[in-house]
Design a protein around this ligand. Structure first.
Ligand code: CA
Ligand code: CA
Length: 512
């Protein structure tokens, strides 16, 4: 498998165990756990079974709240559902079945004891809960496994809203829902207010988790606007504790990629450009992504504020098809996101950028660890301009970038604020044109209190050869940063207080 040779990543399921560089502040749970004092905590889950997360700390110096208790509620193993799927019938139509908001559906496996893998997968359609009474879909009795042999996705949602699908997590850490095969692992189209968690998705030829609605000539698939009131909008997409491994294309593909320019179609014989739907409140957290053909996480059109945090991404762009793959985390136009505390490890033979942002001003990228990005650590471009906004990039650690530490193509009018970042080492294959910071013409780029150093050994990392990029006491990075005035940013990559001592440190880890 594609384990990093220098970084000990949390490849135990869901990235929560045994990491030397990504200390968990969360536990495997069937509950939504984003929060726990982290910055940019999202709204409570729409799930009736989830405990609302604590409020984020407003102070940059606040001590994080204790981790949520690892309450592995055994509800998912009990087969007391209102409905059951059929192991040999793919389609489950909520209207035909008469499913009401607040009811539950158990996933039924094959064989006489319902515990064997099934091959047809399951497609939920016309299934609609409400905000206060979502519909719960879960495994029960045993794992629900799909060894999919069809040409679509093992698990599919179409015309679904206010639904949570969750896999009960077993004592060995494995999730209760597993799929293998398909051209996508999970596909959710014309679907909103959905929470997917605790599943293992593997071995697709295409996307791992695909949550978006591609526009057609039907206006109800196009962006909802004043002029198109029947259009589509996707709200409250929570994707967490998912492990996605060995997929041919993107690990996660959430929202469409042409928010600004639209997509060309021919409708009634006429060439038209249709606009892609907005995404509000997308939250992608605590996922593990291993070996993707294209980007690890690709998020677009997320105009309503998105959170991408605590994901472990290891090995992207194995297709080497850089027309479709740019980075570990790709923010596409329309998106305003907080991207924090992710660990992105590129294999030196692959990959491109650690993070590429074409996002709108207001996007914040902080406390990420990016190791061995073959092209560069972070690339910024201002594709959508909102006057008076900027992109803030701070307290990231970038190790051995291939060509650029950061490449900034903000040639319009969106400044980049670049503070407290640590760029260390140079990829062995780099050439003389290497630059820590590459600023294109007209880019307003403010870099202060950063460290750029091509000699890893002089930084004062704890154990760089072993993949531990925390700071030792003598490091110049300790207390070398400047105070960052961004509301709610209280903790570092480890989940420890961001400010210890007189000043914040430089890089993703604060010495405690
Ligand atoms: Ca892509
Ligand atoms: Ca400090």
């Amino acid at each position: 498998m594609f384990l990093p040779n220098r970084v000990v990543l949390a490849v135990t399921l869901f990235g929560v165990m045994g990491s030397s560089c990504f200390k968990p502040d969360f536990k495997i749970s069937t509950q939504s756990t984003l929060g726990s004092g982290t910055e940019a905590s999202p709204s409570p889950s729409p799930s009736a079974t989830a405990t609302p997360s604590p409020s984020p700390s407003p102070s940059a110096t606040a001590t994080p709240s204790p981790s949520p208790s690892p309450s592995e509620t055994p509800f998912a193993l009990a087969c007391n559902c209102d409905f059951y799927t059929n192991p040999t019938t793919r389609t489950f139509d909520g209207v035909t079945k008469g499913v009401q908001p607040g009811q539950s559906i158990c996933l039924r496996g094959g064989g006489p004891s319902y515990d064997q893998p099934i091959s047809v997968g399951v497609m939920f359609t016309n299934l609609n809960g409400t905000a206060s009474q979502p519909i719960l879909i879960k495994n029960c009795g045993s794992k629900f496994k799909v060894n999919y042999t069809g040409g679509s996705a093992p698990i599919e949602f179409s015309r679904v809203s206010f639904v949570r699908m969750t896999g009960y997590t077993f004592a060995d850490g494995s999730p209760g829902i597993e799929t293998s095969g398909g051209n996508q692992g999970i596909k959710a189209s014309r679907t909103s207010d959905i929470e997917l968690d605790h599943m293992y998705i593997s071995n697709t030829t295409g996307i791992g988790v695909n949550v978006k609605t591609d526009p057609t000539c039907d206006v109800t698939t196009q962006r909802k606007t004043v002029d198109n009131p029947t259009g589509f909008v996707m709200n409250n997409v929570l994707l967490h504790h998912l492990k996605v491994e060995n997929v041919g294309q993107e690990g996660f593909y959430v929202g469409n990629s042409h928010w600004r320019l639209g997509a060309p179609l021919t409708c009634s014989g006429v060439s038209v450009t249709v606009m892609e739907h907005d995404v509000n409140n997308a939250q992608i957290y605590d996922n593990v992504i291993i070996n993707t053909g294209r980007d690890g996480i690709q998020l677009g059109s997320a105009v309503g504020g998105a959170v991408v945090t605590r994901n472990s991404i290891n090995g992207v762009c194995s297709s080497l098809d850089f027309n479709y793959c740019a980075s570990g985390i790709q923010l596409n136009p329309g998106t305003i996101a907080t991207v924090s505390r992710n660990v992105i490890v590129g294999n030196p033979a692959w990959g491109n950028w650690g993070i590429q942002t074409l996002a709108t001003g207001g996007t914040v990228i902080h406390d990420n660890l990016i190791v061995d990005p073959i092209f560069g650590g972070i690339m910024t471009k201002d594709s959508v301009i909102v006057p008076g906004t900027d992109q803030k990039i701070f307290n990231n650690t970038i190790i051995r970038p291939g060509r650029y530490g950061v490449d900034s193509v903000n040639s319009q009018d969106m400044p980049v604020i670049f503070y407290n970042n640590l760029i260390a080492g140079i990829h062995p294959g780099t050439n003389a044109s290497y630059k820590y910071i590459n600023k294109h013409a007209n880019t307003e780029f403010t870099d202060e209190n950063n460290i750029y150093n091509d000699n890893l050994a002089t930084i004062g990392f704890m154990n760089p050869a072993g993949g531990d990029y925390r700071l030792s006491s003598g490091s110049a990075a300790v207390n070398g940063g400047r105070t960052i005035d961004v509301s709610g940013v209280a903790i570092d990559l480890d989940g420890n207080p961001r400010v210890v001592g007189p000043k914040p440190d430089i890089g993703a880890y604060e010495r405690q």
